[in-house]
Design a protein around this ligand. Structure first.
Ligand SMILES: [Zn+2]
Length: 161
């Protein structure tokens, strides 16, 4: 687990950079999101901003997804470059989320900020809802016998009369 003590780090500086290799086990993606077989490389750059931090991340790795058409697994190369603003959880009862706040992530503890959670979030967001092994994927190949559907032929005859 990679946790950063932001409070401590930013006592003496305004910018922090780090490089991490996160294992599939650490990232533990939800099963229906795809599978990581190798570690993911993460370069992170954090700068302090008013009321929070700006996090720039470069995420590189491979993810195995299942094609939504032919259902076969395929490997997709990830090369993400993401910018997220992180803020402490608002202590108000009601949180009004404005559209511009959508790329804001919240953290609970400034002294142990969990970077892995943020990386996992970005990987999940990058997975297409209908992954395709190939944009031209034809889906599951139909068997030869379904070519000449007799019921359809009979129906055609009936219509023609
Ligand atoms: Zn496919």
């Amino acid at each position: 687990m990679v946790t950063l003590n932001l409070k401590e780090i930013f006592k003496r500086r305004a910018r922090f950079t780090g490089f991490y290799r996160l294992s599939p086990k650490e990232l533990s993606l939800p099963a229906d999101m795809g599978e990581l077989k190798d570690p993911v490389n993460v370069y992170v750059e954090i700068t302090k901003e008013k009321g929070g931090y700006h996090v720039h991340m470069e995420i590189e790795g491979n993810i195995t997804l299942e094609c939504s058409r032919c259902l076969s697994p395929f490997v997709r190369e990830m090369s993400l470059s993401e910018d997220v603003r992180i803020e402490p959880y608002p202590m108000r009862d009601i949180v009004h989320i404005k559209p511009k706040d959508l790329d804001v992530s919240f953290f609970e503890d400034e002294e142990s900020f969990n970077l892995v959670n943020l990386v996992r979030e970005q990987i999940i967001l990058s997975v297409p809802t209908k992954p395709l092994c190939d944009p031209q994927c034809k889906g599951i190949p139909l068997k030869e016998e379904s070519k000449g559907d007799t019921r359809f032929a009979i129906l055609k005859k009936l219509i023609k009369g």
